[in-house]
Design a protein around this ligand. Sequence first.
Ligand code: 1HE
Length: 265
Amino acid sequence: MHTPVTSSALPDELCVERRGNVLIVRLARPAKRNALNDATVEAIDRVFSSVPDDVHAIVLHGEGAHFSAGLDLAELTERDAVQGLMHSRMWHQALDRVQFGKAPVIAALHGAVIGGGLELACAAHIRVAEPSAYYALPEGQRGIFVGGGASVRLPRLIGVPLMLDMMMTGRVIKAEEGKPLGFSQYLVEEGRALQTALELAAKVAGNARMTNYALMHVLPRIADIGQEQGLMMEALTAAIAQSAPEAKARIRDFLEKRGGKVEVK
Ligand code: 1HE
């Protein structure tokens, strides 16, 4: 069943639709290539910080020919240094809500995935790209710096040298080249990213809640700390996960031959 989730509080630039236990969030400003103005970023913050408990996965995509052309440059006018700091922190808060929210986020990418659009895509947990997708950080050419978390999230996906190259030289990476570099986990046929993202969302939504929670909230933190502390945090997380009745039921299902085999397709 397709249940529209309409809220008068949301601006036209962001649409949210409920489909069973999956929430679909759409950037809906195609005439401006889904450029992200403050209203949209604030709406992203609101949507991702008020995800209902019974939503188990979120799909993020863009309307029109592009995922997003990044920051709305028309709004980058006469901000002073303090306003610039606060603006960047507003992006940080919104994109933290995406990365460290209640449910895993799968981004469907096509066309421009640029600047702040790439920063938003990086906050998702799984990225599915179509061949038309391309990645760029024109901040370097515009005389500015990334401000939506790219300096933290992007090097973890593609490394500092490539990000530096993109910003210094204006290098644009196409989807096919970008997949082995870490921009996306999946590359699918043109026009298939949203459908694939929805299929992946259905799988992700079927996981035990604690597993998804650990993957979203614990794994990236373990990656940021030393080996000894990381192994201890892993052991604690493993102990909590396996003690849940849901985990015990899933393991019993396997042992009693009720499906659940690992399949090679
Ligand atoms: C915009 C924006 C935008 C389009 N802000 N209005 N991002 C950029 O530097 C990328 C800028 N955009 C582009 O390079 C191109 O628009 C595209 C390659 C994405 C698409 O090209 P095209 O030929 O399909 O569209 P267009 O004709 O360039 O744009 C259509 C309209 O969208 C036009 O407005 P119109 O009123 O003349 O119709 C454009 O002005 C508008 N538009 N992109 C504002 N970004 C947290 S910090 C993050 C810092 C950044 O993200 S910097 C990177 C910004």
